[in-house]
Ligand binder design. Structure first.
Ligand code: IVH
Length: 718
């Protein structure tokens, strides 16, 4: 996924103004999307190192073209705005983030900058700077009044966070009452995290209960803290390190070091590795020492934070845009190791994509054993990246090569380099198969008609005759978010397919009838008995009525994930309407095609994939066979004819407290209304929550009715 192609543009020094402008816009959108995934969904898709590289490039371009800096670009934002579901809390002192250093020189520069700014003459004495681990969790602000915890808030976008007080109270490292001498107002900040052993135990428990597992401790901590039910948070082993503060009615100490000592006295956990240093050499010594002990620590850290010790100097140094001038985070480099590429295996996916996977001599990288790495596609093996740009300096991968593996943060390991000195004489370039390894059909790289570019992915043309595609499709069909048939997993799909019992989705539903007439009954098969066979048939029958969006998702149409399936189900309202529209959409000049493309959230790639799927005769034949067995249920619909908002266009703005944005949208649609993201003359009603800004103003200017969230519930009678 992240082969750095996103950052590998032209050298910043030779960018034209127009190129710089375009790239700043692209970077702003890309960084905002990654921020959203990281902060709101706890599901990042790129490594921290790649994310930092995006930000660094953005900063470099901004430095060269200061006039082009976007007012709402990445430099102005700290993170993503808070997700809805929790109440909002505006931080009295913003929660900012830290600038990064990546090398010893960067640290030297930091100290030099601080000294210059302060006109700090060495003769005036030493400049003390603290060094402490950068905990890879999520920051939390705790407000105490007269020693009592009054609220806890996440960072959110740095200005406004989520109110997670009830959840924070369940964390044993967070005292309800502070001990000793406590100023009237204390806003204490630190990091919520999960220890490795607790993370592993939690994942084991989730897996045993059939739930999804967390990718890493940070996501587990974030997901656990942001539960709407605090009982769930209470059952998750969260911990907290205190290291900073916000509003304070009085300062109990004059240095960073003593402040943290004070936090300990109040009853907090503080990090035992924190040190006070007097020279850059000492700082770097602490950094390398912490880096070495990293693998032994029971929690994730991703660098070392340096902070000027004296608080009066911190005050003089102040802030630049989103970070303090008195602190910096010295990040650890991504973890790397060399190993041997033993083989390249080709997997065939549900849509026929041939995906190469590197089979590696198992090796430990940053405490994790790695034996597979993704190779994406055949160009990637050749050393060609997404935009045709070389990757790994254009070196192609050959079986037997000694390769450099990089594991950054939580992402899938990548092969970042090849040691050509170790390549054996006879090593041949890898020949990517042109026939499908599962069915022998031709595997081709399609040319995109619109762009004229050849697709990087080679696909098997075997369609349903390809056993790999057929079984992957069936596995998807029965999977948890699709038909979710209990007791019908990957193992059963493979076995039933192999024996010719279930070749297509409809066969699942005729299995029982055929079993009755069969001489080789399921209950007599190895691993089965009368009870398990009965249970399976019952589980299958229980799914004959299925939510429309699950049904659409189960079909496994390219680019139609759960989100898009929901959008489609909501937009068409019934299977009959959807099916008819998809067939009619075959005519690109017709109304049905235009309507499909007009659905908010459905882009042309999805629309084209849908049209293509329904145009295939064999897909329709399979569908018709399936529909003889199952009935997709229409999305819940309230008779909109009597609804006071039927046919109206509604805009939701500000923060909603009783529902998420998506829920609000779905609810409006259920009551026959349309929703829009912007206020115009066509808007009939604006539902405004706290913090509503320009949209509310515009509604008032246009004299459009504005109501509160509570009024909305009353209006529709929900
Ligand atoms: S000090 C004004 N110290 O790193 C900045 N932050 O990139 C005050 N973090 O949002 C933050 N460990 O979530 C500080 N020892 C530490 C930290 C730390 C982790 C996180 C924190 C912050 C982010 C900044």
């Amino acid at each position: 996924m992240s082969d750095n192609s996103t950052t590998s543009g032209k050298d910043v020094g030779i960018l034209s103004e127009a190129e710089a402008k375009a790239e700043l816009q692209r970077l702003a959108a890309e960084i905002a999307e990654h921020d959203r995934r990281y902060h709101q969904e706890d599901a990042p898709i790129i490594s921290d190192a790649d994310y930092d590289a995006l930000r660094r490039r953005n900063k470099e371009i901004e430095a060269r073209f200061p006039d082009l800096v976007l007012a709402d670009g990445p430099s102005a934002n700290v993170g993503a705005a808070p997700a809805s579901g929790f109440g909002k809390i505006t931080h009295r002192v913003p929660m900012l983030s830290l600038d990064n250093a990546f090398s010893d020189e960067d640290v030297q520069d930091f100290v030099g900058r601080v000294r210059r700014f302060l006109k700090f003459d060495p003769l005036q004495g030493v400049l003390a700077v603290t060094a402490e681990p950068k905990i890879d969790g999520l920051s939390l602000s705790l407000r105490y009044e007269n020693g009592q915890l009054v609220y806890a808030a996440t960072r959110g976008d740095g200005t406004t966070g989520e109110n997670v007080t009830a959840n924070a109270r369940t964390i044993k490292d967070i005292p309800e009452t502070l001990s000793g001498n406590v100023p009237e107002v204390v806003e204490l900040r630190g990091e919520v995290y999960m220890a490795h052993k607790d993370f592993q135990a939690l994942n084991a428990r989730m897996e045993a209960n059939g739930g999804k597992v967390f990718a890493n401790p940070r996501n587990a901590a974030a997901g656990s803290l942001r539960q709407l039910k605090s009982e769930i948070t209470a059952s998750r082993p969260l911990r907290f390190f205190a290291y900073a503060w916000g509003e304070m009615s009085a300062m109990p100490a004059g240095t960073q070091f003593d402040m943290v000592e004070q936090m300990r006295a109040w009853g907090f956990q503080i990090n035992p590795l924190m040190k006070r240093c007097e020279t850059v050499e000492e700082l770097l010594g602490v950094y390398h020492g912490i880096e070495e002990s990293r693998a032994q620590l029971d929690y994730d850290i991703d660098g070392v934070v340096y902070k000027v010790d004296r608080l009066d100097l911190q005050e003089r140094l102040g802030f630049v845009s989103r970070s303090p001038r008195w602190a910096i985070a010295h990040k650890f480099p991504a973890e790397q190791a060399f190993t041997v590429l033993n083989d390249i295996e080709i997997q065939v996916g549900r849509t026929g994509a041939l995906t190469p996977v590197a089979k590696l001599e198992p090796i430990t990288v940053g405490g994790v054993v790695v034996s597979n790495a993704t190779l994406h596609n055949e160009d990637y093996i050749k050393g060609i990246g997404q935009d045709g740009e070389p990757i790994r300096e254009g070196k192609d991968l050959r079986i037997g090569d000694t390769v450099k593996i990089q594991r950054a943060g939580d992402v899938i390991p990548q092969i970042v380099d090849i040691d050509l000195d170790k390549r054996s004489e006879g090593a041949q370039p890898f020949e990517f198969p042109t026939v499908c390894p599962a069915c022998g059909s031709h595997a081709v790289r399609e040319e995109n008609e619109k762009t004229g570019r050849v697709d990087a992915v080679r696909r098997c043309t075997g369609g349903l005759i390809c056993p790999a595609q057929a079984t992957e499709k069936l596995k998807h069909f029965v999977s948890r978010n699709a038909f979710d048939i209990e007791g019908f997993g990957d193992k059963q799909v493979d076995a039933f397919y192999q024996d010719g019992m279930v070749m297509a989705p409809a066969d699942i539903f005729t299995l029982e009838e055929r079993d009755k007439r069969s001489l080789t009954k399921l209950r007599n098969r190895e691993g089965w008995g009368a009870v398990s066979a009965r249970n399976l048939f019952e589980a299958i029958n229980a799914r004959r009525d299925i939510d429309l969006h699950r049904f659409i998702f189960a079909l496994g149409i390219r680019h139609v994930g759960e989100g898009n399936a929901k959008l489609l189900a909501r937009a068409y309202g019934s299977w009959a309407a959807f099916y008819q529209a998809m067939q009619a959409a075959h005519d690109p000049a017709g109304e049905a095609f235009a309507e499909l493309n007009d659905i908010d959230g459905i882009g042309h790639i999805v629309a084209d994939a849908l049209v293509e799927f329904f145009a295939e005769q064999h897909n329709r034949a399979q569908l018709d066979a399936l529909l003889a067995e199952v009935s997709p249920k229409d999305p819940e619909k309230i008779d909109a004819s009597g609804s006071p908002v039927a046919g109206k266009t509604v805009v939701f703005t500000g923060s909603l407290e009783r529902m998420t944005r998506d829920e609000a949208k779905a609810m409006a649609e259920r009551f026959g209304a349309k929703t829009s993201g912007s206020v115009s003359k066509k808007t009939d009603l604006v539902v405004a929550g706290p913090g509503a800004g320009s949209k509310l103003k515009k509604a008032q200017e246009l004299d459009i009715e504005v109501i509160s969230e509570d009024d909305w519930f009353e209006l529709v009678g929900a």
